[in-house]
Ligand binder design. Structure first.
Ligand SMILES: NC(=O)c1ccc[n+]([C@@H]2O[C@H](COP(=O)([O-])OP(=O)(O)OC[C@H]3O[C@@H](n4cnc5c(N)ncnc54)[C@H](OP(=O)(O)O)[C@@H]3O)[C@@H](O)[C@H]2O)c1
Length: 347
């Protein structure tokens, strides 16, 4: 039980509580013993009145348009970008600090974009906008590794291909992948009426996540560049990405090529990566020689494998990473921001 009467513990709201990220946030609040004085679960009018369990207590889900944000100190938003644009200003005007999981405020100059293992210093004071933005789910594990490499050797360029799971589109994405996979097996000659992923993701890979931009890159690919620069404080960092949706239910993977300014010794590289907070390196001699979304056992860690220094250019290397997008890429990062805010008394 993490509901406490301590007046210094925050009163919190979870907007998007019925979603995949919201459900994960509730699990993490319970698992980490995040102390709160009061908790409110909020979603759209569609789920108002349903009940969800937190710490053994049943709580009604309230509709966001009827919720009074002056009753909370901290509001987690994971209800989609449009909902954040509409309701976050109301929450901050009522005095709540918002941790927002959407793209709505990430590039706003008055809003810090925070990965606590990389730039927790941004949380020393309350942001001018009242909002702290949670980065994109593929960006978070990448910058956590890039920070270590930048500090030791300096990053000249990173070239990344992502392999992103269906849960990146929440419950609707998971449901559609499962339904489309069943349909493809049962009715192989029929075209599945895909809505979330087009063409259908079943037994397929799709090299397009989010919309295309005039540059030919997708918005997801642009997010990874812009957000990495902002989080690491490196405005000229060269990160280029191809983002691909794959028929995995949950857990994003990335193949990462990094060119550095110095000669990289593989043993030292493995030590540097393994020494980063909450990173596990699955090296050649470990039981699982490489991580996969289906086999990693701890969703709260970034899993790294296939570390290879380029034999023709020892200033460059490959690695493979796996990170649970609902935890590392969303809810865990958000709760770790909240823990830092409580610790620093910035709420
Ligand atoms: N999934 C990921 O890996 C991931 C990672 C990083 C960031 N995010 C971001 O987190 C957000 C939620 O993602 P998700 O995966 O949890 O999606 P999801 O499973 O579809 O859940 C969406 C949640 O938002 C609520 N909602 C939708 N429209 C709303 C509105 N107009 N007003 C109030 N609540 C509304 C839904 O409530 P109802 O049940 O009432 O419909 C539900 O609780 C998205 O912005 C997404 O981009 C997701």
């Amino acid at each position: 039980m993490t509901r406490v009467s301590d007046p210094s513990a925050p009163r919190i709201a979870i907007v998007g509580a019925t979603g995949a990220v919201g459900n994960t946030l509730i699990d993490l609040i319970e698992k980490r013993g995040f102390r709160y004085r009061d908790i409110h679960l909020v979603a759209s009018a569609r789920s108002a009145g349903t009940e969800l369990n937190v710490d053994g207590e049943s709580h009604p889900v309230r509709a966001v348009d009827e919720f009074d944000f002056s009753t909370v100190d901290l509001a987690f938003f994971s209800a989609g970008t449009e909902a954040s644009r509409q309701w976050v200003p109301r929450a901050t005007a009522a005095g709540a600090v918002v941790i927002d999981n959407t793209i709505a405020y990430r590039m706003d100059p008055d809003t810090p974009l925070v990965v606590p293992q990389v730039n927790a210093h941004e949380l020393d004071r309350r942001p001018r906008s009242g909002v702290i933005a949670n980065p994109n789910c593929s960006t978070i594990p990448l910058v956590r590794l890039l920070k270590g490499v930048e500090q030791r050797w300096g990053v000249r360029q990173a070239v990344v291909s992502t392999y992103q799971a269906a849960s990146g589109l929440g419950h609707p994405g998971i449901d559609e992948l499962k339904d489309a996979s069943r349909a493809a097996l049962d009715h192989p000659d029929e075209t599945y009426p895909a809505k979330e992923f087009t063409p259908s993701l079943a037994f397929n890979v799709i090299p397009k996540i989010d919309r295309f931009l005039d540059s030919g890159f997708t918005l997801e690919e642009q997010k990874m560049l812009q957000e990495s620069r902002k989080i690491l404080g490196l405005p000229h960092l060269d990160v280029t990405t191809t983002c691909v949706r794959v028929p995995v239910v949950n857990g994003h993977s990335e193949a990462v090529w990094i060119e550095t300014h110095g000669v990289v010794d593989r043993t030292e590289l493995v030590e540097v990566l393994a020494g980063l907070p909450e990173v596990t390196v699955h090296d050649r001699e470990s039981r699982h020689a490489f991580p996969t979304p289906a086999t990693v056992d701890d969703p709260d860690r970034v899993h790294v494998g296939r570390v290879r220094v380029n034999p023709n250019n020892p200033r460059a290397f490959w690695l493979w990473l796996v990170a649970d997008n609902l935890t590392i890429g969303a809810a865990l990062n958000a709760i770790q921001i909240a823990e830092e805010l409580v610790e620093r008394r910035t709420l």
